[in-house]
Design a protein around this ligand. Structure first.
Ligand code: XMP
Length: 510
């Protein structure tokens, strides 16, 4: 495998994803990880990521020189490149102007990373500091108009420093550069493939579980569905899935989940659907404060699940759909500053009688989870489902949640999704949904005065859901959605499109 050492850059996970797209397995570790630990993992290559600091300042993240003397190929990107030069005796400085954006870079095609590329390539630059002098033994293999050292190599020692960002899609042939590094320079065979991963995981789960009993909280989302199918393939009906319908799902979603996983579905497992709609609505009656709503929904979910688990009795394993970004973002790998507070099944482990947790997707990125799902024959509709928050429509209804409002937002959202799909935009927009504002206003319908709710439409594009831009939807599509919602959904007389980016807005409304 390849190890990505994280210096806190915003693209750290992207680097790892791109490496995996070369069919090479890699893991992210913080720059604070001990050299001995890295040696013990016996990586075939090491990649140093970018980061926000200046490497020549005393308290900046650094790494000991010995990292470059292990005989293992190292690729430094941006901060990683500067650090490599700095540590090995070159010079890094802060010029008057940095470089930002798509930049034309002159490449020396004799460098192993640039083989087969043109002598001029568009690359993504984002830096304040630059390499002023390469370290001894290095030669310059790329430059730009403003940056004399855009890349340098010490081919003999297999050390490479690149100032720009090959992991970002704006670097037109960045994927090829990373491929050249991991496959040609590091000599990785390219055996990381989803079919093999799925097959091995199923075998491992089977061995681990033996004839034990396994319990899974199935939400119908991508991660828990893929995890459940994997378990079902491994151990069949030793697996019980509990699906709680809290009455805050999208239109018809509860039935769709039941169709796939229930007794008439395609998988061998015990499926329990708990229809807890009324319970949730009555707990939410009169509650308007967003955090309180989230808390109530989360706690009630645990209560319901706990009751079901009691009926089933003690189990050996509890399945969790944790994926690799959760692991990295909770500070266990990498150097991510952002600690995610969202959790679908927050606190569940304390309330269920089990011995061990199984997390079959722990090492996978989201796109890999989807690939694994397709590999196992899960319907595309489910595999490419948009992200949907644990508290569901509860946080897409501003103010008090009632059964009537749930119905309104479900219908409006279904129309919106249908029209987005009709316009062929469903695969290109990151996340989109309808929400119900708690505003009522005056309108006119036929010859009558109305006093109804306003629906807000949201659509965003995002790389990591930490920041987002509102998506550009053709005006005629928006108009069609507006007119259908107003005509078809009772109780709505106004439709807004939310233009706010994140920050300052969040993607959800509460
Ligand atoms: P925000 O609203 O924080 O949303 O900009 C970022 C992304 O996270 C999703 N989200 C949640 N997911 N439980 C979840 O599993 C939650 O409580 C939750 N809240 C927000 C949201 O849909 C978006 O994709």
């Amino acid at each position: 495998k390849v190890i990505v050492i994280d210096f806190g850059g915003q693209y750290n996970q992207l680097v790892a994803r791109r490496v995996r797209e070369c069919n090479v397995y890699c893991e992210i570790y913080s720059y604070k990880t001990d050299l001995e630990q890295i040696k013990a993992m016996n990586p075939k290559g090491i990649i140093l990521t970018g980061g926000p600091n200046s490497c020549y300042e005393a308290d900046s993240p650094t790494y000991q020189k010995e990292l470059f003397e292990l005989g293992i190929p190292v690729l430094g990107l941006c901060y990683g490149a500067q650090l490599m030069m700095h540590v090995l005796g070159g010079k890094v400085e802060t010029p008057e102007v940095g470089e930002y954006g798509k930049t034309e870079v002159m490449l020396d095609q004799s460098c192993a990373l640039f083989e087969g590329l043109a002598s001029k390539e568009i690359c993504w630059m984002s830096h304040f500091d630059r390499i002023a002098k390469t370290a001894p033994g290095f030669r310059v293999v790329a430059h730009t108009a403003d940056c004399p050292v855009a890349a340098a190599e010490n081919a003999e020692k297999k050390l490479y420093a690149i100032q720009f960002h090959p992991e970002v899609l704006h670097t037109e042939h960045g994927a090829e550069m990373l491929y050249s590094f991991v496959r040609n320079v590091c000599g990785c065979a390219g055996t990381w493939r989803m079919d093999a991963f799925v097959e091995n995981s199923i075998k491992e789960i089977r061995e681990k579980v033996g004839d034990g009993k396994v319990l899974c909280a199935l939400s119908g989302g991508v991660d828990s569905s893929v995890a459940a199918v994997m378990l079902s393939k491994a151990i069949g009906n030793q697996l019980t899935c509990v699906f709680v319908d809290q009455g805050l799902l999208r239109k018809d979603e509860g039935d769709e989940v039941e169709e796939v996983f229930g007794p008439n579905g395609s998988y061998d497992l015990n499926f329990i659907r708990v229809n807890a709609q009324e319970r949730f609505y009555s707990k939410l009656a009169g509650v308007t404060e967003p955090e309180q709503k989230r808390k109530i929904i989360g706690e009630e979910f645990i209560r319901v699940f706990e009751e079901e688990a009691k009926k089933i009795g003690a189990v050996d394993f509890l399945v969790q759909g944790t994926i690799y970004p959760d692991v990295v973002e909770s500070g266990l790998g990498g150097e991510s500053a952002v600690i995610k507070s969202h959790h679908n099944v927050g606190g569940l482990p304390d309330y269920v009688d089990f011995k061990e947790i199984i997390e079959p997707l722990r090492n996978l990125f989201k796109d890999e989870v989807r690939k694994a799902g397709l590999e196992m024959g899960i319907p595309e509709k489910l595999v490419f489902r948009q992200p949907f928050p644990g508290p569901g429509l509860g946080i897409r209804i501003i103010g008090e949640v009632t059964a009537e409002k749930v119905k309104i937002v479900q219908e409006a959202d279904a129309i919106y999704r249908e029209e987005i799909a009709n316009a062929g935009l469903d695969k290109s927009i990151g996340q989109y949904f309808a929400a119900l504002t708690n505003m009522q206003s005056v309108g006119v319908m036929g010859d009558e005065r109305t006093y109804d709710y306003a629906v807000a439409l949201r659509a965003v594009n995002t790389i990591d859901f930490m920041t987002a831009e509102s998506a550009e939807i053709p005006f005629d599509v928006l108009q069609k959605v507006m007119s259908r919602i107003i005509n078809e959904v009772k109780g709505v007389n106004r439709v807004f499109y939310d233009l706010t980016s994140k920050p300052p807005g969040t993607i959800e409304f509460e």
